[in-house]
Design a protein around this ligand. Structure first.
Ligand code: ZN
Ligand code: ZN
Length: 449
């Protein structure tokens, strides 16, 4: 028997589905061309960009064809290809109700936001949720998701970052234990199945078309979603014509901040952390940036600071702007902190997960890292040091996110964040301004002590 459900609300290439199904769709339904011409230019129908290969290549169709470079991670869209889809029928009647199994309590701020989110979902509206790091945004979504599921809606929670998806999936599964959830990302072991609730990386949205009644994008300002026209298009294409779209972010970009400020979009701001303590405000400390070549490096402010923390058994993260610099500083740390246990991690490090886990388990005195750990990670009781905070890799958002790693737990709501810098960057100034502003709003609203 043919399983049509695999194509409900999907947008697939021939190689994504079995032949029998492809034939059925071709016979009874319509497949759309994968390349369209608009304004005289060839455009990929899946990502809507004109990022087409510069020449034609020999193709499986026997001719030479162009292909799309933009969305190639999800399979090569060739000029001669068709995209197959079937309308989303919302066939979820078999699921048990009620769904939500959670008896945690929301803070006043969270429950207010939860109400706004639920309303946007019920009324098929768009909403931006600007929630500071550590405000507990996942919990605020539960009620809205529950309402959507009850209304037989199909829901997708997407994030540009795999680690966010991987952290979200077990939490969502735990509170909706009766609802099957497909978790989709590049390299996932589990294949696609038709489910009412989907957790996916934003790249996976290229494979959907008018599938979802609710799309929630978590960490909307993160790479690679930010400024990526293809992924933005994929998001809007994955939604039904009547649907709601919720953006979650702790650090909206300038454009989004402006839209919020000028009331051009529905938005809700959560300026306080769930534990009711203010966000740590980073302290800026001057330090010449060529530390490695210092004669009296042991006497530098940074090293003295690190020694003090190790002596106090206060664990910390030290952020270093580039892999090259991290590798340069590592031997220096080995020499100076010969009795401390520490590791360093970066994006190309195969043992990244294990090292992060070690830090989580309290087995390390400190962890040196590039911006790879700027978001999505939570450690209990830590301080944060940013080395060369004026380096251009640190954007306003990155600095706010990194600072947000400190003071997250209820038992240790205070953590110190230090920017070591030689110059003042615009991003540093703006990050400080943003953190102070959020604390001020939280204070005015009576949300923090
Ligand atoms: Zn494309
Ligand atoms: Zn071809």
């Amino acid at each position: 028997m043919i399983d049509y459900s695999l194509v409900y609300g999907r947008s697939l290439l021939k190689e994504d589905i079995d032949n029998e199904l492809t034939e059925e769709i071709r016979k009874h339904f319509q497949a759309e061309p994968a390349f369209v011409i608009s304004n005289g230019r060839k455009r990929c129908a899946r990502c809507s960009t004109c990022s087409v290969s510069s020449k034609r290549y020999p193709c499986t169709c026997g001719n030479c064809c162009l292909y799309c470079r933009e969305c190639i991670a999800l399979g090569k869209v060739r000029e001669c290809a068709q995209l197959y889809s079937l309308p989303e029928p919302n066939r979820f009647d078999a699921y048990k109700k009620p769904y939500l199994k959670w008896n945690g309590k929301l803070s006043d701020q969270q429950s207010e936001a939860s109400g706004v989110i639920t309303k946007s979902i019920s009324e098929n509206k768009e909403l931006i949720v600007w929630a500071v790091t550590g405000s507990g945004k996942t919990e605020m979504l539960f009620k809205g998701i529950q309402i959507a599921l009850e209304a037989n809606k199909r829901v997708c929670i997407a994030s540009p970052r795999i680690d966010v998806c991987l952290e979200l999936a077990p939490r969502i599964k735990r509170v909706f234990p009766e609802i099957p959830i497909a978790v989709l990302y590049g390299g996932a072991e589990e294949g696609y199945r038709y489910t009412q609730l989907v957790i996916a990386t934003t790249h996976q949205l290229y494979r959907f078309k008018e599938a979802f009644d609710v799309v929630i994008i978590d960490e909307v300002d993160a790479f690679p979603y930010h400024m990526n026209a293809g992924l933005h298009f994929a998001t809007s294409r994955s939604r039904k014509r009547v649907s709601s779209l919720i953006y979650l972010t702790a650090t909206p970009d300038k454009h989004m901040q402006e839209r919020i400020k000028n009331n051009l979009t529905e938005a809700v701001i959560l300026p306080a952390r769930y534990h009711g303590h203010a966000l740590p405000v980073p302290k800026a400390v001057y330090q010449r940036s060529e530390l490695v070549n210092y004669k009296n490096v042991d006497q530098s402010r940074l090293i003295k600071h690190m020694k003090r923390l190790i002596g106090q058994e206060k664990r910390f993260l030290i952020f270093i702007p580039t892999i090259a610099l991290l590798e340069k500083m590592q031997p220096l740390f080995r020499r100076i902190f010969d009795r401390a246990t520490f590791e360093s991690v970066h994006s190309k490090d195969a043992d990244r997960k294990e090292k992060v886990q070690k830090m989580r388990n309290g087995e390390l005195d400190f962890l040196a890292t590039t911006t790879i750990l700027e978001r999505g990670v939570t450690f209990g009781n830590i301080d944060v040091i940013i080395w060369q905070a004026d380096h251009h890799v640190y954007t306003e958002a990155a600095l706010v996110q990194i600072s947000g790693r400190a003071g997250r737990s209820k038992d240790h709501p205070e953590g110190n964040v230090t920017f070591y810098h030689q110059d003042w960057s615009r991003a540093m100034k703006k990050a400080l301004k943003q953190i102070r502003r959020m604390n001020r709003i939280a204070h005015t609203r009576g949300l923090i002590q």
